[in-house]
Design a binder for this molecule. Structure first.
Ligand code: HEM
Length: 413
């Protein structure tokens, strides 16, 4: 089998092909397989993916023993992060955050996202004939999604850059092709950054407790479930989780949507004439090129899965990208088809009790970003030879740098 780590060093197009071939070969051999990496099992089938993600008792999200013992601050910053926590603690933490992060809060972000997107596009320099080139992820999608999270929490404008740095550093903690444990030395190096970010955020939380504002930090300080509320360190963890979980995959989704439309000019033409189709496009991109390609669990006890015996303590790597190519679920799965009837059956946002809390926001950001791009430019063309760079992790499939050539819809002065 192809070495996953080696795959991440390939040019983006070869990497995508090699990765998807790996998924297809894996699935053809069976829905579940023991990995070449010791202690790791890989899940390729759609039904088996649902089985793992839907059974938190057998497949735990608690990977706390991956954090080095002496990194107390790192562990404490993760206190409010309920991604890696099982019920009953997960149920209570998720409900506390859900009470603050309401559909109304997300709806109120819509004009802010549109304004931020347009302001970022205003900053793109075009020549006198209205043409130009820019990095649509680095200069548009990534700053957009980072700023939206910063705005959501009420972080002052001047500090928004810190969010991107924090998220990128935290996401880089796992070696590129590693399916199992995080690299201890890399995690250790993060200590200083996390200490700095935590101290900064604690300061803002104290300010909000003293002087409430109309933002998510204030809402988190007042949210209550059964007489329990979040303490300051838990709120820091919640913010960290939103930064990690929310910023990168959302910007990669925008990049993958630009790439998918670029490689399907017929669909692009259809969407230009009917922008109401954009939510369908985004939904199919989530299936066809999901930004996060895997989810991970630890077997809490000995169990059977897809005909394989999984021992307690084994790491279970669920390949979401493979589930999306399972022919039993998706006809002509390898084709990008925005009209397929069952595309929302994808698991790009996970499934079960850890289902993505930010899914409505991510969908909205992608729709607004693409609307702004297509309205602003009559031509958006990916430049394949100008240094497209994909995220280095094997868990992420999509661009962090995506140069495009554009032509403005109206002459610029
Ligand atoms: C395209 C963008 C996104 C993708 C593909 C994505 C994907 C996912 C996935 C697969 C999970 C499940 C993890 C698991 O099962 O262990 C998840 C959980 C989560 N996501 Fe997202 N996400 C995206 C955007 C966002 C945004 C914008 C936010 C917040 C602003 C967010 C917040 C969360 C949170 C808080 C969880 C944890 C839920 C829990 O453990 O109960 N995500 N996301």
């Amino acid at each position: 089998m192809t070495d996953l780590a080696a795959m991440t060093t390939l040019p983006y197009d070869q990497r995508t092909k090699a990765f998807l071939d790996y998924m297809d070969r894996g699935r053809a051999a069976g829905p579940v397989a023991k990995s070449e990496q010791p202690g790791v099992w890989e899940v390729f089938g759609y039904d088996e993916a649902l089985q793992v993600l839907g059974d938190f008792r057998t497949f735990s999200s608690d990977m706390n023993d991956l954090i080095p013992e002496d990194e107390k601050e790192l562990a404490s910053a993760a206190q409010g992060n309920f991604l890696g926590v099982d019920p009953p603690h997960h149920t209570q933490m998720r409900e506390l955050v859900r009470r603050a992060f309401t559909p109304n809060v997300v709806a109120r972000l819509e004009p802010i996202i549109a304004e931020t997107a347009n302001r970022l596009l205003d900053g793109i320099e075009l020549s006198a004939d209205g043409t130009g080139t820019f990095d649509v992820v680095g200069e548009f999608a990534a700053p957009l999604t980072a700023r939206v999270i910063a705005k959501l929490f009420g972080i002052p404008e001047k500090d928004h850059g810190m969010f991107t740095i924090w998220a990128d550093a935290l996401l880089g903690a796992r070696p590129a092709g590693e399916l199992g444990k995080a690299d201890e030395s890399a995690v250790r190096e993060l200590g200083e950054l996390v200490r700095f970010a935590s101290a900064y955020l604690l300061g803002i939380i104290h300010e909000r407790r003293a002087e409430p504002q109309d933002d998510l930090i204030t809402a988190l300080t007042t949210a209550e479930v059964d007489g329990r509320s979040l303490d300051d360190h838990e709120i820091v963890g919640v913010i960290g989780m939103f930064v990690i979980a929310g910023h990168l995959p959302s910007s990669v989704l925008i990049g993958n949507t630009v790439m998918s439309l670029d490689s399907h000019p017929d669909v692009l033409a259809e969407v230009r004439s009917d922008p109401g189709l954009l939510p369908d496009v985004v939904e199919e991109v989530l299936r066809w090129r999901s930004p996060l390609v895997r989810d991970q669990r630890v077997a809490a006890c000995d169990t059977e899965l897809g005909g394989e015996h999984i021992p307690a303590g084994a790491m279970v790597c669920v390949w979401l990208a493979s589930a999306h190519r399972d022919a039993e679920q998706f006809e002509r799965a390898e084709e990008f088809d925005i009209h397929r009837p069952n595309r929302s059956r994808h698991v790009a946002f996970g499934k079960g009790i850890h289902f993505c809390l930010g899914a409505p926001l991510a969908r909205m950001e992608a729709r607004i970003a693409l609307t702004a791009l297509l309205e602003r430019f009559e031509r958006v063309e990916v430049l394949p030879d100008s240094g497209i760079r994909f995220h280095p992790s094997i868990g992420v499939l999509g661009p962090v740098r995506l140069p495009v050539a554009v032509r403005g819809n109206t002459p610029t002065g």
